[in-house]
Design a protein around this ligand. Structure first.
Ligand SMILES: C[S@@+](CC[C@H](N)C(=O)[O-])C[C@H]1O[C@@H](n2cnc3c(N)ncnc32)[C@H](O)[C@@H]1O
Length: 289
């Protein structure tokens, strides 16, 4: 069981029992098209299968962890400094590297390392881009941040070994998944209030049409014999009312990342699945409804 390397909005650590309790007891390969910080993927440590995210810096990090000697990334991570001026220089370098078209292996390693450093030292562990796609989160105030993450990088290197890593839209999984596989979707949420804008992961956002596209894909995967589990915010549940074979469960979730401290706390979350109860693991569920 590996812990995530990054802090990531919408991270699923608190909900792991509720999510994995609805996974089927047996499945072939596991796919996670909105992998983000990867709490569920790392917890599961699946063999093979695929992960994907639209965020290309995140994908570069996972590819570097899979493809390079983990000790090279760990050594690069150890070179960073806990200093405000260093942070802003590192942020500039991170954004300059992002602009390069053809990166060398060492430039990709450096970009991956800067990402871990910035994520671990930035304000609230946020990921935010401006309209030009530049990472623009200010420095955070941490006494002792761990941006080396040595043990997790070594462990994740092994877990990722046979995993396909994609960088694009979630629809890729239509080609990648086949009968007997399991797909877990954790898309960006619709905002639950005006102060909690959880669609802010990427300059392009994720709107209702994307949620409908995702529902249509879930229905198609169901017809292919693929198990589907999906987490989302309550307003999305209505899209699944007419989706035959899918059930909706409401659970409470604590949002760890929120720039407004007063707005942290319990929020309802929905879990939608086509896995029949009799085939679910269920042992980790807090309630057996
Ligand atoms: C709720 S987060 C996933 C959090 C993850 N489960 C975790 O534990 O950290 C949603 C992710 O979807 C990505 N994303 C946004 N739009 C996407 C799209 N159209 N296709 C694939 N990924 C997308 C975002 O970059 C973000 O990392």
């Amino acid at each position: 069981m590996v812990e995530p390397i990054l802090k990531w909005a919408g991270g699923k650590r608190q909900l792991l029992p509720e999510i994995t309790g609805r996974f089927p007891v047996e499945f072939e390969r596991y796919h996670e098209p909105f992998v983000g910080g990867g709490a569920v993927y790392f917890h599961l440590e699946p063999e093979g299968g695929s992960i994907n995210d639209l965020n290309d810096r995140l994908v570069t990090l996972y590819e570097v962890i899979r493809d390079r000697d983990p000790e090279a990334l760990i050594a690069e991570n150890r070179s960073h400094e806990h200093d405000e001026e260093y942070y802003y220089d590192a942020r500039d370098e991170f954004n300059e590297l992002h602009e390069l078209d053809d990166k060398t292996a060492d430039e990709r390693l450096r970009e991956a390392s800067l990402f871990v450093y910035l994520n671990r030292t930035c304000f609230n562990g946020l990921y935010r881009e401006n309209n030009s796609g530049e990472f623009n989160v200010p420095v955070g105030r941490y006494a002792n941040p761990d941006w080396v993450q040595a043990d997790r990088i070594r462990a994740l290197h092994d877990v990722l070994r046979d995993t396909a890593i994609h960088n694009g839209d979630f629809e890729y999984v239509r080609e990648e998944a086949s009968e007997g596989d399991l797909v877990y979707f954790d898309p960006p949420y619709e905002p639950v209030s005006t102060t909690a804008d959880f669609t802010d992961y990427h300059a392009e956002g994720f709107d209702r049409d994307d949620q409908r596209r995702l529902r249509d894909l879930a229905v198609d995967l169901d017809a292919m014999g693929v198990s589907v589990v999906l987490s989302n915010s309550p307003p999305v549940a209505e899209l699944y009312e007419d989706a035959e074979g899918f059930t909706v469960h409401v659970v409470e979730a604590t949002r760890a990342i929120n720039s407004d401290a007063d707005n942290r706390g319990e929020v309802a979350e929905v879990l939608i699945t086509n896995v029949p109860e009799a085939r679910q693991r269920r042992t980790t569920l807090s309630t057996f409804e």
